[in-house]
Structure formats: C-alpha cells, structure tokens
Write a protein that binds this ligand. Structure first.
Ligand code: FAD
Length: 399
C-alpha cells in the first residue's frame, strides 16, 4: 500500500543516509516492536531505557512511513478542542488529556536535549484560528475551559493577530508550549539511543502473522524467520493488522505544500484552524509548510490523482490566511494517508483478546505528542502498573 507520495522536505538531502552495521537479529527478545516510525522509536528508546531487550521490525525501513510525511507541529492541544472533548468524555478526562499533552511536549523537549538530538527543535506558541468548528466567541469559551484545566491561552482579535503574525482570521487563541521539529531526525535520534542500548533494528522485513499465548509471542516474518518475544507492540501507523482494526477510526488523505525559502513569513508560531478539516502552517528553515485539504476514505490512486487540484486549493488557502505569502513559489508537494479517530484521541494500550500484545496508534494531528504518550502508557503497562488515562485511550472504547 502506498501510504504516501511525493518527496517530503525531510527527505530532500537524505538519500545517502544509512544506519551503521546492525547486530544480527536474535531469535528472542523481551519486546518485539513492529514499526520504526516515530511511534516505534519512542517505544524503543523508552523500553531499552527501562532495561528491556528490544527488536524493531520495519518492512519499509525506519522513518519511511507517515513519519517522513509529517509536518511535525508538536501540539499539546488535540484536534477536538477542550470545549467539545469535554462534552464527549467529561471535563476531568478531557482536561487530563490536554494536560498530559502539555507534559508530553515538555518531555519530548527534555528527552531530545538529553539525547543530544539535532532535530531542529524550536519552541513556538500555537495560534488556533477561528474556523467552522469554533468561531471567535466559542474560542473565548475554549480559553475559559482551558483556564479551568490549568492551561494558559490568550484570546486575540483580528487586528492583534494580524499585527503579531500577518495572519488573517476573525480571532485566535495564542497558547505557549508548542514546538516544531524535523520528525525524521527525531526518530533517528530515538532509534540510535535504543540501538546504543542493544536494540536491534531490522529493516526491509515485514511481520505477517502473530501467534500469541500466555507464555510468549511468535512473530512470523516475511523472510521466513520467526521472532519470539515476551511482549508484542504494534506501531504500524496507518496499516493496522486485523487484530486491532475496529470501529471508531477512519483513514483519510491529506496534502502538504512547501514554499521556497522566503522572508515573508513572520509568524513565530504554529498556525492551525478550529475547523473540522483544518489547514495548518509552520515555518521550516525559511520555508513555509501548509497542510490540509483532507479527503475521507479514498484510495492511494485517487489521492495521487487529486494532487494538482490540492496544490491549487492549498495555495489559495495560504494566500487567504497569510496574504504576504500569496506569491511565494511552491517547491515541494506531498500527500499521505492520515488516520483519525472519532474522538481525536489515540488508540493506545492492550489489544483486547490478544495476550501480551499492545498497540500504539497516535491517530489525529498529534502524532508526535501521542507517540510520546504511547511510550509512557505502554512502558507502565509492561511494568505491571496502571496508567491514569488507560481507559481514555483504550482500543475497545468505541465498541
Ligand atoms: C501529511 C501529514 C502531515 C502530518 N502532520 C503532522 C503534524 O504536523 N504533527 C503531528 O504530530 N503529526 C502529523 N502527522 C501524523 C504523523 O505523521 C503520524 O501520526 C506519525 O508519523 C505516525 O507515526 P507511526 O510511527 O505511528 O507511523 P509510521 O511512521 O507510518 O510508521 C509505521 C511503520 O510501520 C511499518 N509497518 C507497517 N506494517 C508493518 C508490518 N506488518 N511489518 C513491518 N513493518 C510494518 C511501516 O513500514 C512504517 O514505517 C501527519 C501525517 C501526515 C501524513
């Protein structure tokens, strides 16, 4: 399955990059992680730090899935604003998710520093623009409920927004604590840390079936091998094996444009809309990335056929939201599948009915933040502890 198309910004000068020679794959390990995107990488780093022996399997190769397509806005706010998430899951649970996202972004920053990761991390504020989900008045309510959850944000009107960032919208919420980074570089740094602690990364080999019982997990690989493990963690991105497929999530398609290097971008912020299908923007080394124009449930071929139309759509959106960018040449365009859940929250935890199996699917626009949370939740579960948000992220919560 072509989960994405086009060359992304992070791959531009990356063709020659190779991992150093890896230790041979052992026949058995404590934890087998399937998928070496940002999710598998956070897990591998965390679980090796806690002393587990880990093997990471990826049929495409590390960070060649959705992670390489990510625009890597690192947000603590979820796709559903707190004011709507509260209606769905209650205030305490919704506030807990938002606060956990905030802690997770701080944790990623600290971990990146501790690992010496050169991943172009930049602290930024987020600008959440009035859209079709929340208008200017509803953004005031959002600010109020965030304040009740102990989270800071500031409402600003059209004039203040334009004066600060050259962005056009009826109103916006400014919030501290977001960031931008290079997702491929972060994933590599996490995997390198895990490999340094003895993890083995196996690229170009796929897992195609899993035998699970009370004693162990046997992962059958498409090179004819079998990997035995104490536990299995599925981090396969938008390609879910049948044992975790279920109600409550959809695979959409999404598009991204990157402008040429420009002086015209003045917003020291990640910018996104309070809309069902939102556009979002960030700077990247003098370029601007704009993403969005999502389509529900279409094939990879249909996604590719729409590229020219989506470029026009996103260019028009860029000109509308950031008029100073209207004439910026577009240098790159890419697209990919993008999973969303009904409540915009990730699917993390034990796989129902599958002993020793866990899953980490950070669906929604918070892939990076949710991946870090997934590593935290699953590490706790493997240690036999409960996680306070276990029920909120449970895989069977839509059943
Ligand atoms: C265009 C776009 C923009 C995005 N922008 C943002 C953003 O700004 N901020 C943000 O936080 N998130 C964003 N996301 C979401 C983010 O990219 C994802 O949530 C995140 O990268 C998912 O990481 P992952 O490791 O779970 O999946 P992936 O990176 O797809 O990794 C999964 C890996 O599993 C491997 N795999 C699958 N099945 C098997 C198998 N059977 N055997 C072996 N290997 C297997 C695949 O080869 C793949 O490499 C964006 C996504 C897209 C597509």
């Amino acid at each position: 399955m072509d989960i994405r198309s086009g060359v992304t910004l992070w791959e531009l000068n990356d063709a020659a990059w190779r991992w150093p020679a890896m230790a041979p794959r052992p026949g058995r390990c404590d934890v087998a992680i399937i998928g070496a995107g940002v999710t598998g990488a956070f897990l591998a780093e965390r679980l090796t730090r806690e002393g587990h022996s880990v093997v990471v399997i990826d049929r495409r190769g590390a960070q060649r899935g959705a992670t390489a397509a990510s625009t890597a806005l690192v947000l603590w706010e979820t796709d559903q604003p707190l004011v709507l998430l509260e209606q769905r899951i209650g205030f305490e649970a919704a506030a807990s998710v938002f606060r956990r996202g905030y802690e997770a972004v701080r944790g990623i920053r600290a971990l990146g520093r501790a690992l010496g990761a050169q991943c172009d991390w930049r602290d930024q504020e987020s600008l959440y623009l009035a859209g079709d989900m929340l208008d200017g008045a509803a953004l005031r309510d959002e600010a109020a409920i965030r304040a009740c959850a102990g989270l800071e944000s500031h409402w600003c009107d059209e004039a203040e927004l334009y004066a600060r960032a050259d962005i056009v919208a009826a109103a916006a919420l400014r919030a501290p604590g977001a960031a931008i980074l290079n997702p491929v570089a972060l994933t590599r740094a996490l995997l390198a840390a895990a490999i340094g602690r003895g993890a083995v990364l196996c690229e170009g080999v796929g897992a195609f079936s899993y035998a699970l019982d009370a004693a162990e997990v046997a992962v059958r690989l498409d090179d004819g091998g079998v990997l035995r493990a104490g536990s299995l963690v599925l981090a396969t991105g938008y390609e879910m094996p049948p044992m975790v497929r279920g109600a409550g999530h959809t695979i959409n398609s999404t598009w991204v444009l990157a402008t040429a290097v420009t002086q015209a971008w003045r917003a020291p912020a990640v910018v996104w809309e309070a809309s069902e299908s939102y556009a979002y923007m960030r700077g990247a080394g003098g370029r601007v990335l704009i993403g969005g124009a999502d389509e529900e449930n279409i094939s990879a071929a249909a996604r590719d056929a729409l590229m020219a139309r989506k470029i026009d759509e996103l260019r028009a959106k860029l000109a509308a939201l950031a008029p100073a960018m209207a004439d910026a040449p577009i240098e790159l365009a890419w697209s990919g599948f993008f999973g969303v859940t009904r409540d915009s929250l990730p699917l993390i935890g034990a796989v129902p009915g599958a002993p020793r199996a866990y899953a980490a699917y950070g669906y929604g626009g918070n892939g990076v933040t949710f991946s870090a949370i997934a590593a935290d939740v699953i590490a706790r579960m493997l240690a036999g502890e409960r996680d306070r948000d276990e029920a909120i992220f449970a895989l069977d919560r839509f059943a």
